[in-house]
Design a protein around this ligand. Sequence first.
Ligand code: PGA
Length: 248
Amino acid sequence: MRKPIIAGNWKMYKTISEAIEFANEIKHDCDTENVEVVICAPFTIIKDLKNALEGTNVKIGAQNFHYEDEGAFTGEISAKMLREVGAEYVIVGHSERRQYFNETDETVNLKVKKALSESLTPIICVGESLEQRDSGITEKIVTDQIKAAFSTVSPEEAIKTVIAYEPIWAIGTGKTATSAQANEVCLEIREELLKIYGEETSEKIRIQYGGSVKPGNIKEIMSQSDIDGALVGGASLVAEDYLKLIKF
Ligand code: PGA
């Protein structure tokens, strides 16, 4: 059985004081049974958020990092630096980073390998644009992204990763993929993993859906056979909604 994983992606939202207020609102009510719970926060609030949620089962992640250990890379942050402030997860290859910050399949692969070598769990995002969906190439786009992300990643490492299928047209738009549409692509992803790693490994890798997930649709999404969690943007910023999401 794959353990469900619900992760918030806070993007570029919340100051330290806002994050602490959020933590105070959820901390007495966020225990979940058998659900892994994560918040991927802006760099500046990781440490304070972690401290504020001490003693709960909420784990903290980041949203990006550089694949080199150190160097003259102005403005960048390494995996070690993230570990040092308490991050245990990191989002890799989010479509907003692919779109606005030049993230490529190659850098995604380098980041996946570096994250794993530093004991950070990468949440690897894949997904098609509306134009790609309309031209019938969703499966090719998504499986190519998976092949590239997992290039030279061993099966032992692959099972430690989490994949997030996020159709770009559903992110922040209020347009959720239907649960059947989402499950169909998650199944295609698992078939690709099966080709790369075989059955035992592919059955262990968790695949989230992301894109306008809210308290009102999470139950339906989580009831699908090949969806093992959700990566949630907007709705994860509101304490009351976050609690509903993690207790789906
Ligand atoms: P959304 O964002 O839930 O606001 O659509 C999801 C994401 O970008 O991970």
